[in-house]
Ligand binder design. Sequence first.
Ligand SMILES: Nc1nc2c(ncn2[C@@H]2O[C@H](COP(=O)(O)OP(=O)(O)OP(=O)(O)O)[C@@H](O)[C@H]2O)c(=O)[nH]1
Ligand SMILES: [Mg+2]
Length: 418
Amino acid sequence: MLADKARIEVRAGAGGDGSVSFRREAHVPKGGPDGGDGGRGGDVVLRCEGNLRDLQALKRKGHFRATRGGHGLGALKHGADGDSLVIGVPPGTQVARWDGARFDMVTPGQEITLAKGGAGGRGNKRFAGPTRQAPRLAEKGLPGEEGEAELQLKLLADVGLVGLPNAGKSSLIARLTKARPKVASYPFTTLEPNLGVIEADERQLVVADIPGLIEGASEGLGLGHDFLAHVERCRVLVHVLDLAPVDGSDPGENYALIEDELEAHSPALAALPRVLAWSKADLVPPDPSVETFGAAEVVVTSAATGAGLDDLRRLLLRFVPDRIEAPPGESGVAEFAVFKPAAGRAFAVERLGDGEFRVAGPAVERLIARFDLENEEAQAHVERRLGRMGVIAALEREGFAPGDDVEIGGIVFELDPS
Ligand SMILES: Nc1nc2c(ncn2[C@@H]2O[C@H](COP(=O)(O)OP(=O)(O)OP(=O)(O)O)[C@@H](O)[C@H]2O)c(=O)[nH]1
Ligand SMILES: [Mg+2]
């Protein structure tokens, strides 16, 4: 079964902690700080791989973690960066990340960073200055980004064959290309999309044959619904219509039924150019005046005799003028992610009760995550930084007094700025 959807959980590596260390040398009683920095955590990266066909491997695995950065050491040894974890996805994969960002994986080799590794912490050497020659504090590494991403594969075909079950779609793709799908005299023979390639002087046209559609397909009836997404990116749809339906149904009604389902699935899909391919011409007496139902192009074909197939092939090559490099843009899907600029220094102060406050905001939370507040020197550093960021002034406006409890990023501590 073609796996065309997967949900994965990813976690980038945390940054390594900075080190608190002092030089020790024989005959040097008090060496200077020499704690190295922690390494960056590894990223989780998606890479578009031309040789992959579906999302099966991701469906099975589900969880992906990149390695963390190494901790810094004395003698100014920096921790090693974590290794990035690269996840291969087939061309045509659309990705929706936990934060709403969307990515379109189109070209083999294309890479996106799904989850960024955490920054490493700075070692104590970096905190040394004229007024602080022996800093006993270092930063902790930050956690890597993590969350869930939904992946959906939408085949990148140029031409999509649509029609009722048993209309002869698979028989057509078998004659037009080297694809060898199952063909049988009952509806719902095709259970998952088949791809075939029409080769013509240095050009290739990818054709998709999807399971037959029935009334209500756009609402999930039958098999076709899930697969309509696969033809959304085609340049042209071939509506395959049986000239001689065995159930005696009316071709005009059959045509309208499929067109209504395409429209109900998505107006963009319905707006694609349409070729009407009448099928099974060998079963009816020749009639030069076939119905067109308003389709731009009409061909009468027979997969049994091969009639009309050269015309159809020529027509399709005309609709898809050049080798496809990237699918036409789709509204709502960014070709490349637009990363939001860092959320900045904004924070919000909330009074929880008597002598209890909470401060929330990305920059303050990062600051708290960076330091061990049990360490007095680190705590003094954090207090100075909070002062410079305007957090203490904002707390005071809410009635804060030195010594009150403050919660930031889930950590409660007594804030006693001097
Ligand atoms: N005589 C004749 N029979 C055909 C022709 N094309 C298809 N058929 C027959 O029609 C039946 C259905 O053909 P398929 O190609 O499996 O139809 P489909 O549209 O792929 O059907 P689903 O996969 O169920 O949606 C089979 O029995 C085919 O042999 C044709 O040109 N002439
Ligand atoms: Mg079929």
